[in-house]
Design a protein around this ligand. Sequence first.
Ligand SMILES: [Zn+2]
Length: 72
Amino acid sequence: MVTSDAPQYLFDPNKTVAYCERCGKDTVHHLSIRLTSTADGNEVAPGNAKFAKRPVRRTVCSACETEILHDR
Ligand SMILES: [Zn+2]
């Protein structure tokens, strides 16, 4: 996958190339981590509510700015 003439952004840990459905092609996505809280209390006991937040990878297409959350 990695070629010797790969663009520099491939080595930026905060950017990744992924397929964007809106663009219909592979584009550069800005990568970040976001903490989300589980909306429904079924998964978490009341006393553990503060542990309900979990990190998910969030990518934003640099071309059309579509945000995608990668849950697990
Ligand atoms: Zn896009």
